[in-house]
Design a protein around this ligand. Structure first.
Ligand code: GCV
Length: 725
C-alpha cells in the first residue's frame, strides 16, 4: 500500500515536512495487519524523503511502533510493557502541547489488552521513543501522535502515557449528493467546490482523493464517515441497493486509515426500492425487506458502519405517516443492523417547518425535546439518537440543546456543523473550536454534574439518581454514549475546505472528539505547526494566525445576529444579512422585533415554556432576566431596547457597539493577513486574501443592515453618534 499522492491538492495538516522528524530517523514497526501496513508505508515514505531508515527487527531504532503482541519486542518496548501499571498510567492528553485537559485517564500500559481497539501508550526511554498498542488502529493513532510532536518526540525522556479516545465513534457526515440538486447543488451546504465522492450523477472515480482525505481524518482521530446527504433523494436512495458498489469502493479506500463507512438511507426505501406498498416500521414485510437488504450490504461491505436517518424532518419520510414513533422507526433499522454490529444514527432534528408565523405558541426550539424526550428508554442499544448541539439549527450562538440532558437511557450523539452554513460559509474566517468547547463543556445539571462531552461519551458511569432530583451522579447506569458527529466542510476544492483557514475547523473537530477537553488555542497551535511546518518565520506566522483566528467566532457573532437571537440570514442560501428574511415564513425562526423591543419569550412564566426543558439550575438561570447570560438574552426573552444588560450597556447600544466593533475587527483581520504576505505560499495567501476582502465587505453589510434596522425600529440614536443609515 502506498500513501496517496496528490500533486495539485494542498496537503493540509500532513505536508511532507510534518514527517521530517520521523523520516530522518531509524524506525522499527512491529506487528501485522492492514493498518500496521499503513503505518509501515507512512514510515517508509517519510524515510525515503528524509533519508531515514525503516529498521529491521534486531536493528537499533530511534522510534519503535509495536503491537503489544509482537515478539520479540526490542528492549525499550519490552521495558515499557513490563512497567508497573501505575507507573505507565496518566492523563491521556493526546496533545502535543500538553495543555489538554478533561481526557479519560490513561490505561496502564502494563496491562496488555487495557488500551482497547484504538488506544496506545507513548513514552521515550533511554533515547528510544516507543509507541505500543494492543490493536493496529492504536498504532496508527500513535504514529500520528509522534507526527504531531515532531522533534519533541525525540528530545528528553518522557514518561509513559496512555491515550484512548473519549468518544468511541468520531464521525463526519457528508451532505453530498450524487446528482447535482437543482437548488442545493452537488453538496448541500457545501462551500468547497464539488464532492470528493460524487460528480454529476456518478461516483467521482478518483479514489486517490478519498484516500488522502481518510489519511487526513485518521491524523485527527476521526473513524467514521457517512457518504451521502441526509436528505436522500431518488438517485441517492439507490446507494443502498444497486449502487452499493460505489459505497464499497469508498469503504475500500478509507479502510486502510481505520475509517468505517455509513450510509444515509431513505425511510421509505421499502416503497421506493422494494416495491412494497408501505414503509410501516411494524409491518413484517417491511422488516423482512430491510433485513434482506442489510444482509446484502454486509455481504458486500463486512465492516459497514450503519445507517443515518433523517425522518419526518423537512419533508423526509418517516414513521409518523403510519402513526408510529421515532423509536419504532429507529428500532426497525437497529434490529436489522444488530447481527452485524452496525448502528443506526437517528436524527432528532424534527420540527414543524410549515408553521404559521402568526401562531406565537408554537416554538421550534421545543420540538426535538417534545418529540424525543418521552421516548427515552425505548430505543435499542444500537440506535443512536443524533442531536444537534443547539435546539434550532447551528446558529452562531444557541444554548445547548435540552435533549442532551433529557435522555439518560438512550445513546446520544451530539452533532456539530463543521461546514459553515451559518458562520460565514467558508468565506469568513470563523474558527469554531471555541464554540464547540463551550458546548462540550456545558454542564446541564450545574457545576457538580457531568458535561456534554461526558454524556456523549457515556460509558463513563454517569447515572441518573432519581433520589437526587433527576440529576446524574457518578456511579454507572447511563447508556453508552453515541459519540460526536459533525457535518463535514470538505469538497473537491484545492484547499479541501474552500477557505484554507477553515481546515482548522475540520482538524479541531477530530481532535475534540478524541479529547473533548483540549484547549482551542492549543489545538490551533497544533494545526498551525503541522500545516505550516515549512517556510520562513514560523513564529511570526503563528502569531498572525492566532490573532486572526482565536477570537474569530466572537468577531463573527458581533457583526451578525445579536445576543443569541439567531436567524437573520438571507433565506435559502443562508449567507449575508436579511433581518426579517425568516420573520413571516413557515420555518419557525422568528425574532419578533417591533418598535418597542426584540427577542423570543421562551420563559415558563409568560412565554413558550422552553426554559422548562432544562434541569436545574439552567431552567431558573434562563428563566430570569436577572441571571440569563447576555449572549443568550434574546434567545430566551423579549425585552425593550432600553433593557440594561449585565454588561451595563442597553440592548440597543450593545447592538450598535458590537456591530461597529465586529466590522472593524474583520478589517483588522485582513490587515494582519496583508502583513503576512511572504510567510506562506503565494497561492494560499491570495486565496485567503480574496476571502478576507469578501468578509470585510459582508461584515460591513451586516453592520449597516442590522444597525439601520434597529435604529429605524427603535428610533434610539447611537450614543456615540456614529453613522447609521
Ligand atoms: C441537510 C438545515 C439545513 C439543511 C439541512 C438540515 C438538516 O435546515 O439548512 O440544508 O439538510 O439543516 O440538518 O437536516
Amino acid at each position: 500500500m502506498t500513501t496517496p499522492d496528490l500533486t495539485d491538492v494542498h496537503p493540509a495538516w500532513l505536508p511532507p515536512e510534518a514527517f521530517r522528524a520521523i523520516g530522518s530517523r531509524r524506525t522499527l514497526v512491529l506487528g501485522d495487519g492492514p493498518l500496521v501496513e499503513t503505518v509501515r508505508a507512512e514510515v517508509a515514505q517519510a524515510c525515503a524523503r528524509y533519508d531515514g531508515t525503516v529498521a529491521a527487527p534486531g536493528d537499533e531504532a530511534d522510534l519503535v511502533l509495536a503491537l503489544t503482541t509482537a515478539t520479540p519486542l526490542p528492549p525499550a518496548a519490552q521495558a515499557l510493557l513490563d512497567e508497573p501499571a501505575d507507573a505507565a498510567s496518566g492523563a491521556a492528553t493526546g496533545a502535543a502541547s500538553g495543555t489538554a485537559s478533561g481526557a479519560a485517564s490513561g490505561a496502564a500500559s502494563g496491562a496488555v489488552g487495557g488500551l482497547g481497539d484504538e488506544g496506545y501508550v507513548l513514552a521515550r526511554l533511554g533515547g528510544v521513543t516507543v509507541v505500543l498498542a494492543d490493536a493496529p488502529a492504536g498504532l496508527l493513532y500513535g504514529l500520528f501522535h509522534v507526527v504531531r510532536l515532531g522533534e519533541q518526540a525525540f528530545g528528553a525522556d518522557r514518561p509513559a502515557r496512555a491515550h484512548r479516545p473519549a468518544m468511541r465513534r468520531r464521525m463526519l457526515d457528508h451532505w453530498d449528493n450524487i446528482d447535482v440538486h437543482p437548488v442545493m447543488g452537488q453538496v448541500e451546504r457545501g462551500y468547497s467546490g464539488g464532492s470528493i465522492f460524487w460528480r454529476d450523477g456518478a461516483a467521482a472515480g478518483d479514489l486517490t482523493r478519498v484516500r488522502a482525505y481518510a489519511r487526513l481524518l485518521a491524523a485527527t482521530g476521526v473513524n467514521a464517515i457517512s457518504v451521502n446527504n441526509v436528505n436522500v433523494h431518488a438517485t441517492e436512495a439507490h446507494l443502498l441497493t444497486d449502487r452499493l458498489g460505489d459505497v464499497a469502493a469508498i469503504a475500500d479506500a478509507v479502510r486502510p486509515y481505520g475509517i468505517r463507512v455509513h450510509l444515509s438511507v431513505n425511510f421509505a426505501s421499502p416503497i421506493a426500492l422494494g416495491g412494497l406498498a408501505t414503509a410501516d416500521p411494524l409491518d413484517e414485510d417491511v422488516r423482512a425487506w430491510w433485513a434482506a437488504t442489510t444482509e446484502r450490504v454486509y455481504a458486500t461491505i463486512p465492516d459497514f458502519g450503519g445507517y443515518v436517518v433523517k425522518a419526518d424532518s423537512e419533508g423526509q419520510p418517516g414513521p409518523f405517516a403510519y402513526g408510529r414513533t421515532h423509536a419504532d422507526g429507529a428500532n426497525l433499522l437497529a434490529g436489522v443492523l444488530a447481527p452485524y454490529g452496525g448502528v443506526v444514527h437517528w436524527r432528532a432534528f424534527v420540527y414543524n417547518h410549515r408553521q404559521d408565523w402568526r401562531d406565537r405558541s408554537t416554538d421550534r426550539a421545543r420540538a426535538a425535546f417534545d418529540h424525543f424526550a418521552p421516548l427515552d428508554g425505548q430505543f435499542h442499544d444500537n440506535a443512536i439518537v443524533q442531536v444537534k448541539h443547539g435546539p434550532l439549527d447551528f446558529q452562531t450562538r444557541e444554548p445547548v440543546s435540552p435533549v442532551i440532558a433529557a435522555m439518560p437511557a438512550t445513546r446520544l450523539a451530539v452533532e456539530l456543523q463543521v461546514t459553515q452554513e451559518y458562520t460565514g460559509q467558508q468565506r469568513h474566517v470563523c474558527y469554531l473550536a471555541p464554540m464547540w468547547r463551550e458546548v462540550l463543556g456545558f454542564r446541564p445539571w450545574g457545576q457538580d454534574g457531568p458535561d456534554v462531552a461526558a454524556l456523549a461519551t457515556g460509558g463513563q458511569a454517569v447515572s441518573r439518581s432519581l433520589a437526587d432530583g433527576g440529576r446524574p451522579a457518578d456511579g454507572g447506569g447511563l447508556a453508552d454514549g453515541g459519540g460526536l458527529v459533525a457535518v463535514s466542510n470538505v469538497g473537491d476544492d484545492r484547499y479541501w475546505t474552500g477557505h484554507p483557514l477553515a481546515q482548522a475547523n475540520l482538524y479541531a473537530f477530530g481532535r475534540l472528539a478524541w479529547v473533548p477537553g483540549l484547549d482551542p488555542t492549543a489545538l490551533l497551535d497544533e494545526w498551525i505547526g503541522l500545516t505550516f511546518a515549512a517556510g520562513p518565520d514560523r513564529e511570526a506566522l503563528g502569531r498572525t494566525l492566532h490573532e486572526m483566528m482565536d477570537g474569530s467566532w466572537r468577531t463573527y457573532e458581533r457583526y451578525t445576529a445579536p445576543l443569541g437571537v439567531g436567524f437573520m440570514v438571507r433565506p435559502g442560501h443562508h449567507y449575508g444579512p436579511d433581518v426579517d428574511g425568516y420573520e413571516y415564513t413557515p420555518w419557525g425562526t422568528y425574532h419578533f422585533a417591533d418598535r418597542d423591543g426584540v427577542g423570543v419569550d421562551r420563559t415558563r412564566a409568560t412565554g413558550t415554556g422552553y426554559t422548562g426543558q432544562y434541569p436545574q439550575p439552567w431552567s431558573e438561570v434562563y428563566e430570569s432576566l436577572d441571571t440569563c447570560p447576555d449572549e443568550l438574552l434574546l434567545f430566551f426573552h423579549h425585552v425593550p431596547y432600553g433593557h440594561v444588560l449585565q454588561s451595563g450597556s442597553t440592548v440597543i447600544q450593545h447592538i450598535y457597539d458590537t456591530h461597529f466593533a465586529g466590522a472593524e475587527q474583520a478589517a483588522q483581520t485582513r490587515l494582519r493577513w496583508e502583513k503576512a504576505e511572504g510567510l506562506v505560499d503565494p497561492a494560499l495567501w491570495a486565496r485567503v486574501k480574496e476571502r478576507l476582502d469578501e468578509q470585510v465587505r459582508s461584515a460591513e453589510e451586516w453592520r449597516d443592515q442590522v444597525n439601520a434596522y434597529f435604529f429605524r425600529k427603535s428610533g434610539v440614536p447611537d450614543a456615540h453618534g456614529r453613522r447609521i443609515h
